[in-house]
Design a protein around this ligand. Structure first.
Ligand SMILES: Nc1ncnc2c1ncn2[C@@H]1O[C@H](COP(=O)(O)OP(=O)(O)O)[C@@H](O)[C@H]1O
Ligand SMILES: [Mg+2]
Length: 378
């Protein structure tokens, strides 16, 4: 029933929607958790809109934005003259939300004293305004709380009351980060692009790039990027060139990493089988800039995995003589290619003596490194 407003295509987001539907049918308190921008607010809204309280008010309070005393009077209200500046009496949001829903956003930021006051209200339903001598109103309010904090962790450090956590978390809905539900990316892009006037479209290449991006700011970031890209596009079709650099960067870095691994794998294979030697082949490739120091480092890492962290063990593995040790060492140091050996000390042993097996000759240039010149040189 929420499909018109909350876009959900991934299995995990469909689960979230299903739980929200069940929550809307009840009057139980709900705790929404998840990173910033995943959609906690929108889920809270739809729970209210589909509940029996839909005709009543929906009031949101951000617990992080107010000092403790302001938050107290915001929630509970105050009597005239109860503190400097309290010129007239004021109703609190808990009173105003009577018959409806109060959305307590960023509830993890509440002070311990405020947590105690909130707990007292949740247990009794009774409200006491700041400066009032006795409890006056009773309020019928459904509370939905949200946080991007790990509340269980805050309980263990004494920053959040365990009894309040149990009160708030009758129904717990965890909204996963966008990078863990990539099936939602295309429908979300389509959703935000269609909302534009005139509606916009994204090319397949642009969508593929967006599917690979990490989205640290989740749906909020996706919405912003879609809107920016639409503004920058003169036509009705957004292509990769209209997407900001951050979206491209992840892809470029990933491709570079993959390429580097491939080059190191190929070189390693050629060295370990005896088709290449380090000085006759790898060194010239480096000098002619067919491979970079990143490739050499990756190769050394690959070798150290086999020799369990022994640089000396690399000599026979890479087709060098024992007396080459100093020269090899100097070369790596001069070009900043040295790799820490400690992490390889406990790695799986792969005996070096079994290595130098002669296999058929390899072509003179390594497969990937020869033709696939990379832009980065340093
Ligand atoms: N599943 C979704 N479908 C449609 N819009 C979404 C969805 N999730 C988030 N949004 C939109 O993304 C933005 C950020 O969501 P919000 O609920 O404010 O995140 P949070 O409260 O978790 O920080 C809002 O504009 C919201 O409407
Ligand atoms: Mg929010």
């Amino acid at each position: 029933m929420f499909s018109r407003r909350v876009v959900a295509a991934s299995a995990s987001m469909l689960d979230v929607v299903r739980m929200a539907e069940r929550a809307a049918a009840s009057d139980a308190k709900v705790l929404l958790t998840g990173e910033s921008g995943v959609g906690k607010d929108i889920i809270a809204h739809v729970i209210h809109a589909h509940s029996e309280r839909a005709g009543g008010p929906f009031i949101a309070v951000n617990c992080a934005g107010l000092t403790e005393s302001l938050l107290e009077s915001e929630l509970f209200g105050h009597e005239k003259g109860s503190f400097t500046g309290a010129y007239r009496e004021r109703r609190g949001t808990l009173e105003m939300a009577h018959g409806g829903t109060l959305f307590l956003d960023e509830v993890g930021e509440m002070s311990l004293r405020m947590q105690a006051l909130l707990l007292r209200f949740l247990e009794s339903g009774e409200l006491q305004r700041v400066g009032a001598s006795e409890r006056c109103e009773r309020a019928d309010v459904r509370v939905i709380a949200a946080t991007n904090r790990n509340l269980a962790e805050r309980v263990s450090t004494g920053e959040f009351r365990e009894d309040l956590l149990y009160r708030l978390r009758v129904i717990h809905i965890q909204v996963p980060p966008l990078r863990d539900r990539r099936d939602d990316i295309r429908p979300l892009v389509a959703h935000f692009a269609a909302a534009r006037k005139p509606p916009m479209e994204f090319t397949e290449a642009a969508l593929e790039l967006m599917e690979k991006y990490r989205w640290p700011g989740n749906v909020r970031e996706l919405q912003n990027i879609v809107e920016q890209a639409c503004w920058q596009t003169p036509s009705s079709t957004v292509d990769v060139g209209h997407l900001p650099a951050c979206v491209h960067l992840t892809d470029t870095l990933r491709q570079q990493r993959e390429r580097r691994r491939q080059v190191a794998d190929d070189l390693y294979e050629a060295l370990a089988t005896g088709a290449y030697t380090f000085w006759e082949h790898v060194h010239p490739f480096f000098l002619s800039r067919d491979i970079t120091r990143h490739d050499i480092r990756e190769l050394v890492r690959r070798g150290l995995r086999t020799t369990r962290g022994s640089y000396r063990g690399l000599l026979p593995l890479f087709g060098m003589q024992p007396q080459d040790y100093q020269r090899f060492h100097n070369f790596l140091a001069a070009h900043d290619c040295k790799v820490g050996f400690r992490e390889f000390r406990t790695a799986n042993p792969e005996s070096t003596s079994e290595r130098r097996v002669k296999l058929p000759e390899m072509p003179v240039r390594p497969r990937a490194a020869a033709h696939d010149a990379e832009g980065t040189r340093n």
